[in-house]
Design a protein around this ligand. Sequence first.
Ligand code: UDX
Ligand code: ADP
Length: 466
Amino acid sequence: MSEQTKICCLGAGYVGGPTMAMIAHQCPDIDVHVVDLNPKRIAAWNSEELPVYEPGLYDVVKQARGRNLKFTTDVPGAIREANMCFISVNTPTKTFGIGAGRAANLEFVEKCARTIAEYSDSDKVVVEKSTLPVRTAESVQRILNSSSSGVKFSVLSNPEFLAEGTAVDDLLNPDRILIGGDNDVAIEKLADVYKHWVPDERIIRTNLWSSELSKLTANAFLAQRVSSINAISALCEATGADVDEVAGAIGTDSRIGPRFLKASVGFGGSCFQKDILNLVYLCEHFGLPEVAQYWEQVIVMNDYQKRRFSTRIVKKMFNTVSDKKIAIWGFAFKKDTNDTRESAAIYVCRDLLEERARITIYDPQVSLEQIRQDLEYLMAGPGGVLTEAQRELLYNNVTVTSSAKAAADGAHAIAVMTEWDEFSDQDFDSIYQSMMKPAFVFDGRNVLDAQQLSDAGFEIESIGKS
Ligand code: UDX
Ligand code: ADP
């Protein structure tokens, strides 16, 4: 009989936490220990207020926690007990040195590999869960093999395709599970974990590099769709077409399909930009400049879309927003998450602050501390130091409120940055009364009823509609 699987996952973030919770939930016979270097994060996973806001996640965690799911800072202990280690740590874009602004920073992944090698006293399957550049598995394997303990490691790539905000459902009903590797025994051991709830025909086995590249390619294709419809949104605004109508019409073509055609202020999130930059770096590295330039345009278009939105706000408000109050509805990069990484809201707020606007932000899940940190980071730029003028702007011109209505009180304009459901469900007559006139609404997500708002007296500007 084969040995019972015992899992250790290094990294309790947006990917590691939910994924391991679902594995533990669906596989009561498998012990799952999730470790992190950050004791605050582990304490939050052990509390009633999880560090990751994700609909339905708390129920999943609650059912498995204390049974076969454990969150701990005991990294050596969890590694020793496990025969399968997942690496699920952050791989941000490098901000320094070779490949800065493009390549992924693999420092955390490499440290994980070294930690696994250091504390392992029995053979292990090591699973890459983090999104990684192609051929990272090779480096991880080499680091593990360089350990002198005689322990054997088999490295697999098993990229995660969950989207934030729908993670529980994505994990429960995945379109596919992808496992890349060259050791069939290890591949089947991991497949057996997923087979507890995923039909075998949805488990795809490939070689290591195909698996790693598939993850980057999937995200590049999805981001490309968003940039494509956003490019068309600019043309719609210029010509009088309606981007939602265009998206609806082309989405009925079964070869195109309806999803990921929602025009917006620009995509965000921890993956799209990072993965495309990774792809671009890879293509350049392998001497394929045309391919690199092709994919880079997806990001160029996204930057254009974010900038276009803030420029439109300034232009419509009589070419100045200086000392005007602008309510920012939503700061997360999409609804149903507290994640703000690469959120378009950060860029638009930066632009408005540079124009000396006063901004009042409301997001149902993002804290003041996070908002400050994101704005500080972007405004300080590569040097990492804020000028005195920037610091003043950040502290004098940014406030955070506890409701959408409060943010709009006395404002000259509302800018919708995240498509939270509650934003379309407001008392717009009373909001209109409380605002300065003309009262502008800039709907960066096309979630508000433009006719209703216009009837209430607002001047409404939507994406891709003139
Ligand atoms: C993405 C991938 O979908 C997921 O498979 C991968 O594992 C991680 O990256 P995520 O970033 O969590 O997931 O969210 P996603 O739903 O893909 O949205 C990304 C960004 O694109 C968001 O800012 C979203 O608002 C934006 N978007 C998405 C649009 O603007 N329009 C759309 O039609 C779809
Ligand atoms: P992702 O979206 O990929 O899950 P996050 O930043 O949300 O990224 O989570 C990554 C987590 O990995 C963080 O909580 C971080 O503290 C943790 N981490 C980074 N390096 C290590 C390491 N060597 N061992 C354990 N945890 C780590």
